[in-house]
Design a protein around this ligand. Structure first.
Ligand code: URA
Length: 246
C-alpha cells in the first residue's frame, strides 16, 4: 500500500481554494473544520490526504472538496472554450467557484473546439493528463458528426488508409475508423489530436461538419444522463479506464 501524503491543515485548505492561508486559519480557529467527528483547531495539524477525505472532513458542516489528484468527466456544452486564455465563457466557469483557485490547478485533457460538445476530462494531475494525450498511446476518441452533405461512400476507405494528408501538414493522418449511421451522420474514431482534426478530415472529403459531439475517449463514454454543463468525479480506477480498449 502506498503511504498517504500528509499535509498541514491550513495549507491543504488554502490549496483547495477555501481562501488565503489567513482566511483558512480563521476558519480553523473558529471551529469550522471537523475531521472524523472532532473539531480541528490546530492550523498546523498534519492530515492524511486520501481520496475519502470528503467522507471524513467537513467545513462549516459541508463535506470538504475532493483533494488532488482529481479527475472530472464533463459533458461540455456548445459555446464554451477549453483554454484558460481565450475570451468567452470558459469550461472552468461551469465548476464550483472555489475550484478555480485550487493548487494544483485544473486543466482540460486536450481540448474540444468552442463549437464541439461532449465528453471532456478535466484534471489537476499532470502525469495523468500527459499519459492520456501522449501520441505514443493512441487513445481512441469517438465523435458523432452531423454532415452538411450526404456521405458519398468512399470516406471510410479514405480515412482508414493512413495516407490522408491535411492541408498545411507534413505527416499523413493515422488510420481512422468511420461508421456510417445514415447519409448525414457518422461516428468517427481517431487516435490523434490534431488541430480541428475531425472537421478538417471531412473537409478533405469534400464535406462540412455542422455538428460535432464527442461520445467516448478510450474506455470512458459520456453517460446518457449527464446533462450539458454537468460533471462527475471519477475514482482513480474509473479514470484509468480511459486506457482500456474501447
Ligand atoms: N476535431 C475537431 O474538429 N474538433 C474538436 O473539437 C475535436 C476534434
Amino acid at each position: 500500500m502506498t503511504k498517504a501524503l500528509m499535509a498541514r491543515l491550513d495549507r491543504l485548505l488554502a490549496n483547495l481554494g477555501y481562501g488565503s492561508r489567513k482566511d483558512v486559519q480563521a476558519l480553523i480557529a473558529g471551529g469550522k473544520v471537523v475531521l472524523d467527528g472532532k473539531v480541528l483547531k490546530d492550523i498546523g495539524a498534519k492530515v492524511a490526504v486520501t481520496a475519502d477525505l470528503p467522507d471524513r472532513m467537513t467545513i462549516r458542516g459541508v463535506a470538504v472538496d475532493p483533494p488532488a489528484p482529481l479527475v472530472l468527466l464533463m459533458h461540455k456544452p456548445l459555446g464554451v472554450v477549453c483554454s484558460h486564455k481565450e475570451d468567452g465563457e470558459r469550461i472552468y466557469d461551469l465548476l464550483p467557484r472555489r475550484w478555480r483557485i485550487r493548487d494544483p490547478g485544473l486543466s482540460t485533457v486536450g481540448r474540444l473546439d468552442k463549437d464541439t460538445s461532449g465528453l471532456i476530462l478535466i484534471t489537476d494531475d499532470g502525469d495523468y493528463l500527459h499519459r492520456v494525450i501522449s501520441p505514443k498511446r493512441h487513445v481512441p476518441k469517438t465523435y458523432l458528426a452531423t454532415l452538411d452533405r450526404p456521405l458519398q461512400g468512399g470516406e471510410g476507405a479514405l480515412f482508414a488508409a493512413g495516407e490522408l494528408m491535411l492541408e498545411g501538414e507534413e505527416k499523413p493522418l493515422l488510420p481512422a475508423q468511420l461508421a456510417v449511421i445514415d447519409p448525414h451522420h457518422a461516428r468517427l474514431t481517431i487516435t490523434e489530436g490534431r488541430y480541428h482534426q475531425v472537421r478538417r478530415m471531412f473537409a478533405a472529403a469534400g464535406n462540412h461538419v455542422v455538428q460535432l459531439h464527442r461520445e467516448r475517449i478510450g474506455g470512458l463514454s459520456l453517460p446518457a444522463d449527464l446533462e450539458a454543463g454537468q460533471h462527475v468525479i471519477l475514482t482513480a480506477a474509473q479514470a484509468e479506464r480511459v486506457f482500456d480498449d474501447a
